[in-house]
Ligand binder design. Structure first.
Ligand SMILES: [Cu+2]
Length: 299
């Protein structure tokens, strides 16, 4: 009689455990715990913060989408962990595949229905959110999504040039400043353009990002909340000093905004003659007329 071969593979485990049911139950339990925790504690930490109605909307969107993706990640984690624990190869055991799942119409149907529903929901939700309040994005010269009171918005033109931003206030005599001050609790209509290369005006905490293209009037809406400080960066590689194209802006109380504008107007009046001089006669080496023309009331 031949001795038993110690290296012979043992027979594959046969069991009647319903692994699918176990995975689904573990997934449901984990998802039920993790989803609200992620929505409540992780979502609000995602930038850009709540300095404006638009940035607050973006935080909400991120919160919804992060919560939405949590059950998907839970399923992957449970599936992976369960597979590692339950199906790893034990000593002296043959590595055998389970029976392939083919032509299982239930799984096919579930897969198609669930993934389609998720994609359609996210597309619908994203589109609705983009239309609400303008979402802080640049919409080109003819915006189609407006915040509620956009007719009364304070116009501010944002002019990118290598390598700084200039802010122009048509309602304050076209005053130009290298500081961006905005009044609190106000609708602002930003007109973003460029004098040279393509830049991108990214007012991070305001939730605003709009391309600055030469000759293009790119409109973005934002509704400020309380006073705050925010950061502005150029978000489009625009040449050698692109990394240094940043500054801080402020949202201030209405009275402080008016005081700032009056002071800036005085300052601007003193340099205006130089600005208006053609470059050939020693004037400023950039244009002083841009879209939009001053048409709006003082803010
Ligand atoms: Cu730039």
């Amino acid at each position: 009689m031949a001795a038993a071969d110690p290296n012979a593979a043992s027979a594959p485990r046969s069991d009647s455990t319903n692994h699918g049911l176990r995975v689904v139950v573990a997934w449901l339990v984990l998802s039920a715990i993790a989803t609200p925790l992620v929505a409540i504690y992780v979502g609000p930490l995602i930038p850009p913060g709540n300095a404006t109605v638009q940035s607050q909307g973006q935080v909400f969107d991120n919160q919804v989408m992060t919560a939405f993706v949590t059950p998907v990640i839970c399923l992957l984690a449970v599936f992976f962990a369960y597979g590692l624990i339950q199906f790893h190869v034990r000593r002296n055991e043959a590595i055998l595949d389970g029976p392939p799942i083919r032509d299982d119409s239930r799984i096919q149907l579930l897969w198609i229905v669930i993934t389609t529903a998720m994609v359609l929901f996210l597309a619908g939700f994203g589109t609705y959110e983009l239309f609400k309040d303008g979402a802080g994005g640049g919409q080109g010269p003819d915006p189609i999504a407006f915040p509620a009171h956009h007719q009364d918005a304070l116009q501010v033109q944002v002019i990118g040039q290598q390598w700084q931003f200039t802010y122009r206030y048509p309602a304050f005599g076209g005053l130009e400043s290298n500081q961006l001050y905005l009044p609190a609790h106000t609708d602002v209509e930003l007109h973003v353009t460029s004098l040279d290369a393509i830049h991108s005006f990214w007012a991070i905490e305001l939730g605003v990002k709009a391309d600055a293209n030469p000759g293009v009037d790119n409109v973005a809406y934002v509704e400020t909340k309380g006073p705050t400080i925010f950061h502005v960066r150029c978000a489009e590689l625009c040449g050698l000093w692109h990394p240094y194209m940043f500054n801080n802006g402020r949202v201030v109380d209405a009275s402080r905004f008016r005081a700032w504008a009056a002071q800036q107007q005085k300052l601007y009046a003193s340099i205006k003659p130089f600005m208006d001089k053609p470059e050939s006669q020693g004037g400023a080496p950039y244009a002083t007329t841009y879209l939009p023309e001053p048409t709006r009331r003082a803010g």
